[in-house]
Design a protein around this ligand. Structure first.
Ligand code: HSE
Length: 441
């Protein structure tokens, strides 16, 4: 059977892992496929990377065009990241009738609709298992394994860097700055950690997971995004006193009419499975109407876990080539996803439980003023902690609310922050706690 020729653009960490797998597991892959995956050429601008790759001189090049222009190459693997040259290379590959494998979640989240449409028009495939949660086969699960389900809700810890920082802050009481420095020292966080800590990378991945879940166009702009960089360890401590821990969650939920689309630090009960996803690990907890709840857990980044996902895509595309059925399963797992929009629930319409921390003067009547304003805005208090008097004169009052509408919570906080006895701003976090929902029913 004809071997499948591969061109690889980008010999960074993941690219190096892909070379390693294709080389070390050559026979295993051939036994599974019935043919060989041949790395015909790898391109990188950095001569040091080309020299370090365990490849023959005629297998390496500094010019991506040598891959794109090679008519013998069947599949192009794009591993350079970003939305600049990567986008041009992917479009060029599609234009030349080549299939594409990419790990590039930013590219897909920003330009996925156009790229997938271009690929469909050319009759080629784009595969992207490595774009979300590295080695966890969540894309395969949503495209195929769970295809008989309506995805009712999905919660993801999709960013290892943020999860590492939150774990450090929770376990050692470290400040955000200290935990970030530690993440950088261990190589988890970039020198510029913005994409990871501000929830942007998580939002890119949620946009992809939502398209796969609902069979709709990618819609990054509708996702409400908040990061973890302004977290105060004090709130992690109070959260712990209420039995919660803080996780940066990607959340989507389908009410049958509209879908929630949000990324933010979230309090989850300490006995929830996601609360025990620590360090740089990733997890997706989702519920399908037929299958019920499922947890997928594993390494979301790193050389070999991500290479595992890239090579699995190569094998999938190779099988479709062998059987001459490219596009047998549509890229997003639905026939008409690119023509379908889902209505997104604006964050102000969200109904959930809130954690609120006010800084108020320790005077008689303070609690009744605060709770009076909450009551006026239809917000009912489920639990309160008030700490003793401090030198500065203000004390933290921490509350957990019953389910409330976000617009009401924001209006109440704005009014409370105008009280002369309160030092604004009030801190608030959303809670995902099935026990609280049950308690209110
Ligand atoms: N920077 C990401 C993370 C990995 O920290 O999880 C790649 O998506």
């Amino acid at each position: 059977m004809k071997a499948i020729n591969i061109g690889l653009i980008g010999l960074g960490t993941v690219g190096t892992g892909v070379v390693r797998l294709l080389t070390a597991e050559k026979e295993l892959l051939a036994r599974r496929l019935g043919t060989h995956l041949v790395l015909k050429k790898a391109a990188d601008l950095d001569p040091a990377r080309l020299a370090a790759a365990a490849l023959a001189p005629d297998q390496v090049t500094s010019r991506a065009e040598d891959i794109l222009d090679d008519p013998e190459i069947d599949i192009v693997v794009e591993l350079i990241g970003g939305c600049g040259a990567a986008k041009d290379y992917v479009l060029s590959a599609i234009d030349r009738g080549k299939h594409v494998v990419t790990a590039n979640k930013a590219l897909l989240a920003h330009h996925g609709n156009d790229l997938l449409a271009a690929a469909a028009a050319k009759g080629v495939e784009i595969a992207f298992e490595a774009s979300v949660c590295g080695g966890i086969p969540i894309i395969l699960a949503l495209r195929q394994g769970l295809a008989a389900n309506r995805i009712q809700e999905l919660f993801g810890i999709l960013n290892g860097t943020a999860n590492y920082i939150l774990t450090q802050m929770t376990q050692s009481g470290a400040s955000y700055g200290q935990a970030l420095a530690e993440a950088q020292a261990h190589g988890y966080a970039e020198a510029d950690p913005t994409l990871d800590v501000e929830g942007i990378d998580t939002a890119h991945k949620l946009a992809i997971l939502m398209s796969l879940s609902y069979g709709a166009r990618l819609d990054l702009d509708s996702i409400a995004v908040e990061g973890i960089s302004r977290l105060d360890p004090l709130d992690l401590q109070f959260a712990g006193e209420f039995g919660y821990c803080m996780k940066l969650l990607a959340i989507t939920r389908d009410d049958g009419h509209r879908v929630e689309a949000r990324v933010h630090p979230t309090l989850v009960p300490r006995d929830h499975m996601l609360a025990n996803v620590s360090g740089a690990m990733n997890a997706v907890y989702l519920t399908g109407n037929a299958v019920g709840p499922i947890l997928l857990y594993g390494q979301g980044a790193g050389m070999m876990p991500t290479a595992s996902a890239v090579v699995s895509d190569l094998m999938d595309l190779a099988r479709n080539l062998i059987c001459a059925v490219p596009g047998r399963v549509p890229a997003l797992g639905w026939e008409s996803a690119l023509n379908t929009h889902r209505l997104i629930k604006p964050i102000n319409d969200l109904v959930t439980n809130y954690y609120l921390r006010f800084s108020a003067l320790d005077r008689p009547g303070v609690l009744s003023q605060v709770s009076g304003i909450l009551g006026k805005h239809n917000i009912s208090i489920a639990a309160v902690i008030q700490k003793g008097r401090e030198a500065a004169g203000t004390v933290p009052i921490v509350m957990i609310t019953h389910e409330a509408r976000e617009a009401d919570a924001r209006a109440a906080m704005a009014e409370i922050d105008r009280l002369p006895i309160v030092s604004p701003p009030t801190v608030f976090y959303r809670i995902e706690d099935p026990h609280l929902h049950a308690a209110q029913i």
